[in-house]
Design a protein around this ligand. Sequence first.
Ligand SMILES: [Zn+2]
Length: 454
Amino acid sequence: MKLRLLAVLALLSSSVSFAQDSLMFRKIADEVMTHGKCYDDLRVLCKTVGHRISGSPAAAKAVVWGEKAMRASGADKVWLQACDVPYWYRGKEKLMLKIGKKYKEVDAVSLGNSHGTDGKLLKAPIIMVHNFNEFKALPERVVKGKIVFFNYRFRQDFIFTFQGYGDAVKYRGGGPSVAAEKGAVGVIIRSMSTGCDDYPHTGGTYYKDSTKKIPAMALGNTTADALEKACEHGQVMAKWKSECHMKPGLVRSYNVIGEIKGSEHPERIITVGGHLDSWDVGEGAQDDGAGCVQSIEVLRAMKALGLRPKYTVRAVLFMNEENGQKGGQAYADSAIALKENHVLAIETDAGGFSPRGVGLEMSDAQKAAIVKYRDLFLPYGVYDFDHEGGGSDIDPLRQKMKVPLAGLSPDSQRYFDLHHTNNDVFEQVNHRELKLGAATLAQFIYLVSEHGLL
Ligand SMILES: [Zn+2]
């Protein structure tokens, strides 16, 4: 009899707790959807700063913007954390392809971190391969002196597009060094793009120390289709001039940090963040202005609701995610030096689209403790807790301190249409989708802190 009573009481208290949590979830969503400032913040970032590659004057301006926006959120404390970052400079670039009888300039962008032609004319024939295996089979004499076109298509059959990106990105990251090993003089890649358009996508490439730093550019899908067809019918020539290069030395830059002190366990820290730097195209709106303003919104909404979390909640705008992760490293190094107790870090760097879930990168027992609360998220269209997910800015916390990670997982269908292109602008972000993502983050953080789940 006594046991049954205890069971009934336990059931009652868990349903009371569920009702209380779901009420708080509702309050958080109402606050963000009706009074959220993240969309306005994003407009200011995109329209007054614009794109902001690490080390550039625009990135310095973004730090000033970030500090101001963080203070406006009502955070208890706001500070800058120094980190030294590389500065890759694009300069002028021009690619001309001889498809048919005449050379025609095409829309192309140099890959980030790549070394250009020093502004000199590079003129060479193109050879096309579809993947690394085809390339490996080519004898050195065929490759020597040529521009290699890695015509690898973004696989459209992966429903979660980050898988398609993970599959294709090796051609951007490693293609130039692979081609240089056989004496190629340049690389052209088909962009890592889901789109049916002609936007070329930039993004980081990484040279091996042992090979020559040959220039590398990306084409949008339509131009890549035209080049593919031309290569199938005969030799295509290219003329190419670009000035891009890595500036010598490092530039002093900063992560922007704001926090709300925890009411019961101020020493336990939950970090939520996105990255403040972007590639030097478009406005870095989805990648990752969205994640920055959502992180700030988490603090603002908690303050506006008078919701004092039991754990300390920190919003971080990380610097240099795109080509070095120096901000993420500096954050983890500081956490170690200060012997901080980080219980969770969550990153939002997958676009400001409708949230569908939260990826978890932690032990099975920790995952189970969180997934138990899945039903609370269902009214907000958030259901997927099954993907692994963290983020590159917070990964040093996992590597160096074994901190459990999470990543906001929005609908991924349009992200790789825009990612690293001139089309990643403020107008591509929907204010409701952006705010829903911020609400999910705040709800998730509230839940972990309120119930001491980690
Ligand atoms: Zn990003």
